[in-house]
Design a protein. Structure first.
Length: 62
């Protein structure tokens, strides 16, 4: 059973989907997401929390 509420760092399609919500270069956003995952900042977080973490890094939502 998939849990749609939580962001899954191990799913590349989720990383790409989240990155597409931001205006900046997709490669830069995806790199930031992967770093947030590695640093356990957004590990087991909701999608909203993952978006907020990127906003806190200075990224801009579309």
């Amino acid at each position: 059973m998939k849990d749609q509420k939580y962001f899954n760092c191990s799913e590349s399609h989720e990383i790409k989907y989240l990155a597409k919500k931001f205006k900046e270069d997709q490669e830069k956003v995806m790199a930031a997401i992967k770093k947030l995952c590695t640093d356990k900042v957004i590990h087991y977080s909701t999608h909203a929390e993952a978006e907020k973490a990127l906003l806190n890094l200075g990224f801009t939502k579309k």
